[in-house]
Design a binder for this molecule. Structure first.
Ligand code: PHE
Length: 337
């Protein structure tokens, strides 16, 4: 019995089975206990011998179990340690990196182009005074052209700027009547529009302003031509259409040619082969005067680019709202760097 039990115990692979064996061999109903119980029926001579033998067997089994238990416990601890070991020399996981928003990418690209042409960047407040947003731009109170831009007024005198053009007035005033000025002003603008695939109550503009002593419409056209070719490709052309803005005279709307018309951007061209990307013109003499510049000495041109339109055209985006809803599936497509 003893050697059979010891063999079984030594083959045990887990603590649960070991405990079962302990109960089986050494428990109250176990074989040894059985033998002990039967001792009273034995003769005086046999009793001590049987007692000795069964005690020895009990002791041996008990010792073996104890040794086995220690071994199993040690093994378990070692296994745990092995599993939980951290290899500090392994390379770390790459954290998921954010992507620059496609609009930010377009704006930075345009900024780089203008900085390369000697422009600097100016900024103005998004909560703007009526004075700068309209009056300094040749749009006095009750001027019908104010209706061109439905505004979010905050008070009678303050509103969310409807365009980046007020930065023109602010920049000119800062220059104290002395040119040259060459700035671009990127920023958010707001209009009371109902949001849909092509309208948004908040969008971006990049204003441009150049004031110098001999500035002509040809300078404006040349500048815009460079930008269109740099942004969309050398085969692109621009087209100036007469338009009206109270702060420029003459005023134009500028289209860029849909060069190939094989991409999604083409639906934007609506079969005409051209898409409008900005408004521009020669700074109105009244605007120069109000901002302290002598219109006899200085001329200038100004333009307002719509970065959304540029991005839509460049990447074939079908809904302006994609820019503002921050769906990762949209943003992630512009992981260019
Ligand atoms: N501010 C005009 C707009 O928002 C665009 C523009 C800017 C036109 C500069 C001419 C000169 O529509």
């Amino acid at each position: 019995l003893g050697s059979q039990a010891i063999k079984k115990i030594e083959e045990t692979k887990d603590l649960k089975t070991l405990n079962d064996l302990r109960v089986k061999y050494l428990g109250k109903k176990g074989p040894i206990q059985e033998v002990m119980k039967g001792m009273k029926d034995l003769s005086k001579e046999e009793r001590p011998k049987v007692g000795q033998v069964s005690n020895k067997v009990k002791q041996d089994i008990s010792n073996t179990i104890e040794a086995k238990r220690e071994a199993l416990e040690r093994e378990e601890i070692n296994k745990k340690l092995r599993e939980e070991m951290i290899d500090v020399t392994l390379p770390s996981k790459k954290p998921a990196m954010g992507i620059r928003h496609p609009l930010t990418q377009v704006i930075e690209e345009i900024e780089d182009l203008f900085i390369g042409m000697g422009y600097s960047i100016a900024e103005g407040p998004e909560i703007e005074e009526d004075h700068y947003n309209f009056e300094m731009l040749n749009l006095p109170k009750n001027h019908p052209a104010r209706d061109m831009q439905d505004s979010f007024y905050i008070t009678d005198e303050t509103l969310l700027r409807t365009h980046t053009s007020p930065v023109q007035a602010r920049t000119m005033l800062e220059a104290n009547g002395k040119g040259p000025i060459k700035v671009i002003c990127p920023g958010k603008v707001y209009r009371r529009d109902t949001d849909d695939a092509t309208h948004s109550h908040q969008f971006m503009q990049i204003e441009g302003l150049v004031i110098d002593e001999k500035t002509t419409m040809a300078d404006l056209k040349g500048t815009l031509d460079i930008i269109a070719k740099k942004m969309f490709g050398e085969n692109r052309e621009i087209r100036l259409r007469p338009s009206f803005f109270p702060f420029t005279e003459p005023s134009v709307e500028v289209d860029v040619s849909c060069a190939k018309c094989d991409g999604d951007g083409c639906s934007m061209c609506k079969g005409t082969g051209w898409i409008e990307i900005l408004g521009a013109g020669m700074v109105h003499p009244n605007v120069l005067k109000m901002a302290g510049f002598d219109p006899e000495k200085y001329q200038g041109f100004a333009f307002g680019i719509g970065p959304e339109r540029i991005a839509i055209l460049k990447y074939g985006i079908d809904d302006i709202r994609h820019f503002y809803t921050n769906d990762e599936r949209f943003i992630k497509q512009f992981n260019t760097k």
